[in-house]
Design a protein around this ligand. Structure first.
Ligand code: SAH
Ligand code: SF4
Ligand code: F3S
Length: 463
């Protein structure tokens, strides 16, 4: 079979990153090899994100460039398939086909297992046709996606749950990803084993609401995420487990206790709160208060005192007053985060928030964002400084930009760079932290042995 080049550009969350590897896996038997640069690609897939207006805009500017690329290749007799996948495809499918007639395929996140048929249709096996596929099929794509992946990364993603039924009033995800669905535990365990056999030492379990996971267990009962984590921790060779993203309402005791009981579950939790004001939380339909969030965090810290905490924040949601913003600042002060993401509210078509009164001006949004980010950055830097002098197990999973530099992650998800030989790539190495920057740490190798009791050491360090 003649080999063809496939370039996939991925925006958005880790679930899109995971989906891109799955699309590559599905297309591989059709002769498509993934390439790192778009030059000379026979198929280009844009795996898109719709979460904020800016994310969506990027897709349309990229499409303009791809139109020129496709025309250039046509002049030399070469054809190119241009495809738009992901959340913008799901939400704006019709609009894309109208505005960009040179796009051959538009398909949503739940249809990736149907790619072989879609490609056959678009390439003319049954007479060349444009493909628009934004259905939510009744069968799960996970039943037909290959569980063996060519993705041999030492730190791997594994989707265990998809979709969302929470309908926060600012968010498009329930519309682009569909309703909540959990994969059966057996399917997940098999995929995890295959990732570990392929060289993964760390697996991050993914879901739009990963802690809402309620999949069929191995014992005929429904399992929550805590139970699943216990089971996955038994896999030989797996050294680290993480999960993201969680919702405060689904942080049950079994999951909280897993942070106490499961050694390889890393001491880091991304638990988005969005706002510290009860008025805002109500308008956002988050269905919890700032104080219930504080209580959940206290419980988690009881279970694992050294846990590093992270959150997402939205400033300038409709109706947000100065007092609401102060409540957010107060919550941040109270909790003490190590790594956060914060955004100006972006009204999204079709969501209840987009129709709400009390619009906050861009100017005020910018001021509030700046103030919040100032505090979050300060907290992150202060936290990083406390790491200086400690020895931590770091998983080096990529090369740095400079020659001889490796990049890795501490158990607390801090980025670390060191100068070290390439053979340490893919290893968990005890590293003495010497410098703390705003977003990363620098250190040097203490021992070149791979450590097996990494979290134990991390716990001792924190004690
Ligand atoms: N499922 C996750 C997050 C999904 S989106 C959760 O429930 O937390 C990631 C983040 O993007 C959200 O946590 C939120 O902070 C931000 N976000 C979502 N919609 C947004 C919007 N309309 N404007 C600005 N930020 C938004
Ligand atoms: Fe969006 Fe809310 Fe669902 Fe998260 S929980 S994906 S923010 S609707
Ligand atoms: Fe974006 Fe879709 Fe993820 S909107 S954040 S790619 S679920």
């Amino acid at each position: 079979m003649a080999k063809k080049k496939l370039f996939i550009k991925t925006w958005g969350c880790q679930m899109n990153v995971y989906d891109s590897t799955k699309m590559a896996d599905v297309l591989s038997p059709l002769g498509y090899d993934v390439v790192d640069i778009p030059d000379n690609a026979d198929m280009i897939i844009l795996n898109t994100c719709h979460i904020r207006e800016k994310a969506t805009d990027k897709v349309f500017s990229e499409l303009g460039r791809l139109n020129e690329y496709k025309s250039r290749r046509e002049q030399t007799g070469q054809s190119t398939i241009i495809a738009v996948a992901g959340c913008v495809a799901q939400a704006e499918g019709e609009f894309i086909t109208e505005r960009a007639p040179y796009v051959d395929m538009v398909f949503g996140p739940q249809t990736y297992h149907e790619l072989p048929e879609m490609v056959a249709k678009a390439t003319g096996a049954y007479g060349s046709n444009r493909v628009i596929n934004t259905e939510f099929p009744t069968e799960s794509k996970f039943d037909s996606l290959p569980s063996d992946s060519q993705d041999q990364h030492v730190s791997a993603f594994l989707s265990v749950q998809e979709g969302c039924d929470k309908f926060c009033t600012f968010c498009v995800v329930p519309y682009t990803r569909g309703s909540e669905f959990s994969r059966p535990a057996l399917q997940i365990i098999n995929e995890a084993k295959s990732l570990v056999a392929g060289g993964a030492k760390e697996i991050t379990l993914l879901g739009q609401n990963v802690n809402a996971f309620h999949g069929d267990g191995l014992n005929g009962k429904t399992w929550g995420l805590g139970r699943l984590i216990h089971e996955l921790a038994e896999i030989d060779g797996l050294k680290r487990l993480r999960y993201t993203t969680s919702h405060p309402r689904d942080m049950d005791d079994e999951l909280i206790n897993a942070h106490r009981d499961v050694d390889i579950l890393m001491p880091f939790l991304h638990l988005p709160v969005q706002s510290g004001s009860d008025n805002m939380l109500k308008l956002m339909n988050r269905k919890h208060t700032a104080d219930t969030y504080r209580e959940i965090i206290a419980k988690i810290r009881d279970a694992r005192s050294d846990i590093a905490l992270s959150s997402d924040f939205i400033v300038g949601f409709p109706g947000e007053t100065d007092q609401d913003h102060k409540d957010t600042m107060k919550l941040v002060e109270d909790i003490g985060y190590t790594l956060c993401y914060s955004f100006k509210y972006s009204p999204r078509p079709g969501t209840p928030g987009a129709k709400m009164g009390g619009i906050v001006t861009e100017q005020i949004k910018s001021e509030r964002l700046q103030e919040l980010q100032g505090l979050l950055n300060k907290q992150q830097h202060t936290y990083n400084v406390t790491s200086i002098g400690k020895t931590m197990p770091v998983l080096y999973d990529r090369k740095g930009q400079k020659d001889g530099q490796l990049l890795g992650k501490t158990p607390y998800l801090q980025s670390v760079h060191i100068t070290a030989p390439d053979r340490l790539l893919g290893q968990i190495v005890d590293t003495k932290i010497e410098l703390a920057h705003a977003n990363s740490l620098a250190g040097s190798v203490v021992t070149t042995e791979t450590t097996s009791t990494t979290t134990e050491k991390a716990k001792e360090q924190a004690a």
